[in-house]
Design a protein around this ligand. Sequence first.
Ligand code: 13P
Length: 249
Amino acid sequence: MRVKLAAGNWKMNGLSADLAEIDALAAAHPDPRSEVLICPPATLVAAMAARTDGTAIAVGGQSCHPAASGAHTGDVSAAMLADAGATYVIVGHSERRADHGESDDDVRAQARAALEAGLKVIVCVGETEAQRDASNTLDIISGQLAGSVPDLVTGESLVIAYEPVWAIGTGRTPTTDQIGEVHDFIRARLEARFGTGVGRSVRILYGGSVKPGNATEIFAVSNVDGALVGGASLKASDFGGIIAALDAA
Ligand code: 13P
């Protein structure tokens, strides 16, 4: 049985005052059936980890450098995130791939560093609208999985997030059939590469315009083990609705 995961990605949002949302979330969901994770900006990881101590909320980073330390101005390593209290890190988000030119090789190196630092890693994949229109979605996903996911993973340490680029922050989502097609495909690729034991244990999240209002139908799709949520993770009331939908799925 895979433990479902509701993960929030705050992106470049959040000041100290916004930690109050986490208090509200923890109070509203003291004992969720699902795992709950918030990935705030790096500046808030330590404070959020301290604040969520004793609650059901875990804290993660949004990216990490492949090296443990060194002359990389402005970057944060996986060991630093772990030291600050993170237990997860997102790698390969499409915004990192686009804004920072991160390749599959870069993402795989980051994922490897995260695992070496003892973090669980959420590897993001997803097609652009042009790639979907050209019927290349599964080829793109296949290539990203092969290139971005390191070899040494376990069913617990690896999470895949399928985030169609065109669905992020747009209010548009794929149909449930389209989500199911990609999630079933990812599951098959994981089983082929890592064997059924590991392949069936890895959680596969859907991300892109998940809201309380569409969460229930998305969580009913096969091989959807939770969500990676951007905008709707910023407010406890919205994210709480998504947690409730996942707990009920
Ligand atoms: P939105 O939920 O705001 O569409 O963002 C999704 C996302 O990119 C999560 O990583």
